[in-house]
Ligand binder design. Structure first.
Ligand code: CP
Length: 294
């Protein structure tokens, strides 16, 4: 199976082999290689993106692939063309792999039944964002050397977060302990049986404090008071960060709402791995693209 739909169901061996291959690419002495010369990869974004889209593009170009960028906003999607018809169209033109981000949950398994080229999930609804989790795992392994016994607390808008789900599945497979922290309106009840919901104080005792963006664009109505009230109850404020263990790190998939879920001065503080996560997105996506086309 060359597709990458999610981290759920990937074995520890598969996850580790992607991380190891990313480490190979991180150390690679030249920026552009000929590994995927003559192969065409389409980045198909039906939802907005900065990090994922550009780091896939950098990864593909570093591997020497020909890159096609599809953006829904300036495509025939605006005339009502469906996701399937769009992907099928690009497939018919001879792409070798596709990277896809879209709003609907559950469409991807259906799509891969009908599409022959490997597809890589770049985020589908609130279901999965596997390459984000992989770059998060990579960053955690880089810092701590492994996962066994590590406590990772994921704080914020769990309900709308594909990042939380992909990290949960992958971290548990690798032996880490995951806990969630969220106000009632942002909890995902179905995940409660997999990881406990803890208080913010308990979450701050973790080795990895992973903050999530409050995803206002996915909310229907107000899920938790004002931005100030959210910051006071669940935000990573400087005062809270000062209570974290000396070895503990701060992560956030970004984009972040400064002074809502994370204080402005923490974004690039010593504990923060946020921009390291973004850098790590490139070798991870090189490994994932290569896996799809191998
Ligand atoms: N972290 C992440 O997926 O960012 P983008 O939405 O900008 O790709």
């Amino acid at each position: 199976d060359k597709h990458l739909l999610g981290t759920k169901g990937l074995s520890a061996e598969e996850l580790t082999s992607i991380l190891d291959r990313a480490a190979y690419w991180e150390q690679y002495p030249v920026k552009v290689t000929g590994h995927l010369q003559g192969r065409f990869v389409a980045n198909m974004f039906f939802e907005n993106s900065t990090r994922t889209r550009f780091s896939f593009e950098v990864a593909e170009k570093r591997l020497g692939a020909e890159v096609l960028n599809f953006t829904a906003a300036v495509s025939s999607v605006q005339k009502g063309e469906s996701i399937y018809d769009t992907v099928r169209t690009l497939e018919s033109m001879g792409i070798d792999a596709g990277v896809i981000r879209m709003k609907p949950n559950g469409l991807l398994p259906e799509l891969v039944q009908k599409i022959k080229v490997p597809l890589i999930n770049a985020g589908d609804g609130n279901n999965e964002h596997p390459t984000q989790a992989l770059l998060d795992l990579y960053t955690i392994r880089q810092t701590f050397g492994g996962f066994k016994g590590l406590h990772v607390a994921i704080i914020g808008d769990i309900q709308h977060s594909r990042v939380a789900r992909s990290n949960l599945w992958a971290l548990q497979t690798l032996g880490a302990r995951v806990s969630f922290c969220a106000p009632q309106g942002m909890r995902a009840d179905e995940l409660g049986e997999h990881a406990p919901y803890v208080t913010i104080d308990e979450a701050l005792s973790a080795d990895v404090v992973m903050m999530l963006r409050v995803q206002l664009e996915r909310h229907e109505g107000t899920l938790f008071g004002s931005a100030e009230e959210y910051r006071a109850a669940y935000g990573l404020t400087s005062e809270r960060a000062a209570r974290m263990a000396p070895h503990a790190i701060i992560m956030h998939p970004a984009p972040f709402n400064r002074n809502v879920e994370i204080d402005d001065e923490l974004v690039e503080c010593e504990k923060s791995k946020i921009f390291t996560q973004m850098s790590n997105g490139v070798p991870i996506r090189m490994a994932v693209i290569e896996r799809a086309l191998s």
